[in-house]
Ligand binder design. Sequence first.
Ligand code: SOE
Length: 392
Amino acid sequence: MSKKNINVGLIGYKFMGKAHSHAYRDVSLFFDLPLCPVMKVICGRHDVPLAAAQEQFGWQERTTDWKKIVNRDDSDIVDITTPPDKHKDIAVACAKAGKFVFCEKPLASSLKDGYEMLEAVEKYGVKHAICFNYRKLPAVGLAKKLIDEGKIGRIYHVRAVYLQDWILDPEFPLVWRLKKKIAGSGAHGDLNAHLIDMTRYLVGEFSEVVGASETFIKERPLLVEKNDLNTGLVVTEKSSKKGKVDVDDATVFLARFKNGALGSFEATRFAPGRKNAQRWEINGSKGSIVFNLERLNELEYYSVDDPACVQGFRTIMATDSSHPYAANWWPAGHIIGYGDSFVNMVADILNCIVKNKMPSPNFADGVKCQEVLEAVEQSLKQGKWVKVKSRI
Ligand code: SOE
């Protein structure tokens, strides 16, 4: 197969910047695609740590100005892994410059920004994708296949939680994820966003929601940025002053779906011992499926059609070559990890570019997710069920 290169510019170099870099580095190793990503240029605000990331992740060039990436003729894909408040300006500029734009979730820090982003990519006719990476796990792909084939029948329930514990300590500082202006919301936009997207993918569209939310620790130590004169590095230090936490620590909600199913959702950063526990169970007229991200290669499946004497949940290792993406990885039983969901995601994007198709999930999915997030927030304010209105 003759191969062509495609240049990538990545904006952001922290946790998600690293996850996306891993994807660009590994995708050609596992997927035999006609298009190979070239890790052209990485962007971040502070040059010294950026230079370290550039070298460690393997990017050819670096810049501290995102506009330089967007305006280069040789950046084909622009990948946005900044905090959510920066997504809109960058994505709109990318659309105007005719770039393929790939954006981390949640799409934006507000629904209004999300609409503007979708309008821009549609107006300028560029392709776009959003990084709801968990859709790309083999076990999740198998869940989708079982549901689509009617193996669990008519869906009655979805029960989904996303539990973490990293801010349990009241002295944990006021990082950007705890600031509304930057993050949009707390556990809700960060974690419920994943649950909402997963549920839209597997179960269907939301019809109405009612929620409850809490910020357990109302104030936290402020972080101050300082220039370390010895190293030239910008370092952040905890100050003795405290600032207000203006996002949710936990948000729970109930939902009704257009297909008649009922759902319950819980996102929290206050579940001691639960590090990244995205778990969900879907019950239908013919069976159930259960997923736990901390055991991401596995899918539990129960079928009412099994003979009564052997009925029970079976745990399927989704590593067989018949499972989505698995044939690209290792022999059966040789499991994949968290970072590999990003590799599958990038492989799908490259395939879509080759075939001139719109990737899925894309900005429209980002907006749909944001509409559900927003409806839950409206219900918190109004103290009642709120219809999920969609403009798209
Ligand atoms: C937050 O801790 C976080 O990293 C999210 O931002 C990711 O989207 C999620 O996948 C894991 O948790």
